[in-house]
Design a protein around this ligand. Structure first.
Ligand SMILES: [Ca+2]
Length: 487
């Protein structure tokens, strides 16, 4: 009898224990944090049907797609350091690809660190912090070891075997910043680095599905060199690919700082044909990454984790594909500053895009809010929860994006209607674009006296966000070893 009672008690206790732990699990939603490198908004769900992105489109349909999300600095490390710390580049002082934010902010708590402090398992597969792409593939790059319990650095045939075969139309530039591509007729998706990123992410999901997790999955494409299996190139007949021609004298209508990121201008000196082939390959790389994202999200669903996992999808910045004669990043036009960003998961409205202006610094407070964690007090952004519940809720925050131009800053503010940009605090010129009339930003209205009141208002926003000029940090020798030890 006593034995039976004890046994019954154990069952009751066991049941209570089970109920508590499943409650705890509900209170601790998982986070699947998916990053891509250099992907702009040329996606099906963002209104570019030419580009085949069925898996990102599906993700958008099950969550909130932000139509106007902006990065803080359109370059890998400055942007990624900002999103991961929730701080603006003037606070992290990361303006280049070498300086690490821990040098100046040793105690800063990154997003995955906050989750770890609250009992989560946190891991990274691939590129989340800066990595020379493709140079550092297979290493930890400029990682932040304190952010993770486990890291995986895959390297596939694109890195280990195919580099000598890549076509580079700009051979004076290294592969990581060249207009360069390869259509791989032999390799399978799983043989490429991003295929392996997906495979490893799925393995970690399977292994850690029973505990609260923060899994960061960082893909390397569509960053140049644009390498992907041939079937993705076949999706884009060359006759469908255009590169815009610039009107004669266009370059005289904008400050020189606006165009210096692409030298020689326009299009790094490539021919129209070479630029079109590069754009075709960039789109192929998008479709390839899209398929790998689909594999990871399908695995999440298959493992029954869908109802308790917040998915965030983001690209570290946008990408110019010939508009304004520019290629790639490090400019302050919409093409480079704007990013694809999607949130999906429990409590998030499905299938309604948000038209509101949001920023990458909003990601940290949003995730902390959704998971019920207390975020650090000094974060620069705001929780997007109101927009995840009601995508067109009232919202009145502009977006700020900046670059550096060898000694002076470029600073840009975006409101629902306008983009206003100052070079060297206006001493090297200004730009104003009316997005209601000119979404491509071809007509600079900064000198139009009719816009004086608008400019005064936007100028005040810029001055408020950047009250002083801040110098970027310089990398210290041996920093990497120090950070590994500090962990
Ligand atoms: Ca990037």
């Amino acid at each position: 009898m006593i034995t039976k009672l004890i046994h019954l008690g154990a069952i009751i206790l066991g049941t209570v224990g089970f109920a508590l732990s499943s409650q705890a699990a509900a209170a601790k939603p998982n986070v699947l944090f998916i990053a891509v490198d250099d992907m702009n908004n040329d996606l099906g769900c963002y209104g570019t049907p030419l580009v085949k992105s069925p898996n990102i489109d599906k993700l958008a349909a099950r969550g909130v797609r932000f139509e106007r999300a902006y990065c803080q600095f359109p370059l890998c490390s400055p942007s990624r350091s900002s999103i991961m710390t929730g701080l603006r580049p003037d606070t992290t002082k990361v303006f280049n690809l070498q300086y690490h934010f821990r040098q100046g902010l040793p105690e800063v708590v990154t997003i995955p660190q906050l989750f770890m402090q609250n009992g989560y398992y946190a891991a990274r597969v691939g590129k989340i912090y800066h990595y020379g792409n493709p140079g550092d593939i297979g290493t930890s790059g400029l990682d932040d070891p304190a952010s993770w319990q486990e890291v995986v650095n895959p390297a596939g045939v694109d890195k280990t075997a195919l580099e000598p075969d890549i076509t580079n139309f700009t051979p004076q530039r290294g592969l990581g910043s060249a207009m360069s591509f390869l259509s791989d007729a032999k390799g399978r998706d799983e043989d490429h680095t991003d295929g392996k990123v997906a495979t490893e992410a799925i393995r970690l999901l399977e292994k850690h599905k029973g505990e609260p997790f923060f899994l960061a999955v960082g893909f390397y494409k569509p960053h140049t060199p644009y390498v992907a299996p041939k079937k993705y190139f076949d999706l884009y007949p060359l006759e469908k690919i255009d590169v815009p021609a610039m009107p004669t004298g266009y370059e005289k209508t904008v400050p020189s700082g606006a165009l210096t990121s692409t030298k020689p201008w326009p299009n790094f000196g490539t021919t129209v044909e070479q630029a079109r082939l590069s754009k075709q390959a960039y789109y192929a790389a998008i479709s390839f990454v899209d398929a790998q994202i689909g594999r990871v999200v399908d695995a999440l669903d298959r493992l029954g984790l869908r109802d308790n996992t917040i998915i965030v999808f983001w690209s570290d910045h946008g990408y110019s594909l010939g508009t304004h004669g520019l290629w790639m990043k490090q400019n302050l036009f919409e093409d480079a500053a704007r990013v694809p960003m999607i949130f999906a998961g429990p409590g998030i409205k499905a299938g309604t895009p948000s038209p509101r202006i949001v920023e990458f610094v909003d990601v940290y407070p949003t995730l902390a809010d959704l998971a019920g964690l207390k975020a650090p007090a000094n974060l620069a952004g705001a929780s997007l929860r109101p927009l995840l519940v009601k995508p067109d809720a009232a919202w009145n925050r502009p977006a700020f994006t900046q670059v550096e131009r060898g000694g002076f800053p470029g600073r840009s503010v975006r409101t629902p209607r306008w983009r206003y940009t100052e070079w060297d605090e206006g001493k090297q010129g200004t730009e104003l674009y009316d997005h209601d009339a000119d979404p491509i930003e071809m007509k600079n209205l900064a000198a139009d006296p009719k816009q004086a009141a608008v400019i005064a208002e936007l100028k005040a926003l810029v001055a408020k966000n950047w009250p002083e000029r801040v110098a970027g940090g310089q990398a210290e020798a041996g920093g990497k070893k120090k950070r590994a030890k500090a962990k």
